[in-house]
Design a protein around this ligand. Sequence first.
Ligand code: NAX
Ligand code: K
Length: 499
Amino acid sequence: MRIGTAKVSREIDKVCIEKLKIPGIVLMENAALKVINNIKMSEINSFVIVCGKGNNGGDGFAIARHLHIKDKKVQVFFIGNPEALSGDCKTNYIIASNLGIKICKLNNIEDLDYFRSCISASEMVIDCIFGTGLTRKVEGIYEQVIGIINENSRNTLSVDVPSGINSDDGEVMGICINAHNTVSFQLYKRGFLKYSSNKFIGKVVVEDIGIPKEVIEEICPKEFVLHEDFIKKAIKPRDKHSNKGDFGRALIISGTEGFTGAAYISTETAVRSGAGLVTVLCPKDIQNILSCKLTEAMTINFTQKEKIEEVMCKARAIAIGPGMGNNLWTFSILEQVIEKSKCPMVLDADAINVLQDHKDIIKKSSNTLVLTPHPGEMSRLTGLDIDYINENRIKVAKEFALENNVILLLKGYNTVITDGKTTFINSTGNSAMANGGMGDCLTGLITSFIAQGYEPLEATCISAYIHGYCGEKLSNEMFCVNAKHVMEYIPYAIKEIIE
Ligand SMILES: NC(=O)C1=CN([C@@H]2O[C@H](COP(=O)(O)OP(=O)(O)OC[C@H]3O[C@@H](n4cnc5c(N)ncnc54)[C@H](O)[C@@H]3O)[C@@H](O)[C@H]2O)[C@@H](O)CC1
Ligand SMILES: [K+]
């Protein structure tokens, strides 16, 4: 799903209408029909539709017409003066009136009692008050109408945007509709990504309204919400004639005394997610512990210089950082590995922390590097305030990726994955997963998918999605989900997703 702002929506409409000469009313009709497709007609028979004076209201009058044609009970309420209507909204208002659909005006307090009783008696309220054209705080009659809908509606469907939410930044402009479902057009509105929007948008469906692909490509920034369909298409089925060599070798450089868990989790995750051969490189004093814990993966230690060279040379992906310590030793290992290896690398945890004053080594590197900071690590890495990062996640991630020529995965609510040019937002995962080891697990996953031959950006997206998917699924049955549970579930989850 493409992500977009109100400005982008307006530009798309403008190009379609003015350049391609697709009449606006055609797009409005498509939009209305897509809303109709999203209503369970066999279950719902009585509707209240609340229309504003812009094109969002126009969608509402067209929806009313289609419901009327389907013999549904439809009561439309209109906020504003019909004389002042213009354009496509006016056309659909006139058609609905000519069809004899009841349209009541909502202009003052006296109108509200009847409105309230209709809402209570209806099975669904369709909210077409404001869409992407909301420009100021919701006040007066609008505020009262939205309050009444929220208090009395059993089932509210918002058209394009829940009225009252700023579609660009998710800010509630005073008050907003608490939608059960939102049918949004063409673009997943950027404001929906804000954490607090979750409470208002309900289940969101994004519908195509007939905008030509060329227009989307020309106008929309390359920002997408990761969707199961994308992951399904991206993961390739395994050829029955393949062998372990086809699924690549992964090297995990991780762990110190007291942090064997990080090395174990990242390595074992790489094994369980399908890499052909996995080796962990760790300090000698923890090698035996890891050898006992790991069954399929191999272990080597930092004293085995020749072996290290050989494994590095054969690796198709290397992970570095989990549980290594934020110190000069880690930095010197990172520097050597970046210099000597040619394959893509995943830098996590302490491999990110040690970069604080040495970003030049990533900038200079000819390897594809994937960095996976959480907001705290991102703050240390960039020197930016953590609140600023949280408020500007996409912007900060894109700028960093572009400037340093890396793929960046910024953890947190709605994980951002970007190479600076194309950006993906992952919406899977939840707070049941907020505990130690989860990051190590993600690192193992990304490394494994790169080793299996996926492009690093694609591998990072697939991994983030699967990681969150496992957490979400497991949290249906578990109060909290640990990395061990995710690790165990991964091979089953991948199968579930692709089938
Ligand atoms: N051709 C198009 O442009 C299409 C537009 N579509 C619909 O049109 C919507 C955008 O339409 P518009 O740009 O007309 O905008 P809206 O329908 O969102 O509403 C804008 C109107 O509300 C007023 N307004 C804004 N904030 C207000 C506030 N706080 N209190 C009171 N009045 C306020 C504005 O002055 C304007 O008259 C989309 O969200 C979508 O639903 C769809 O029909 C598809 C095609
Ligand atoms: K709306």
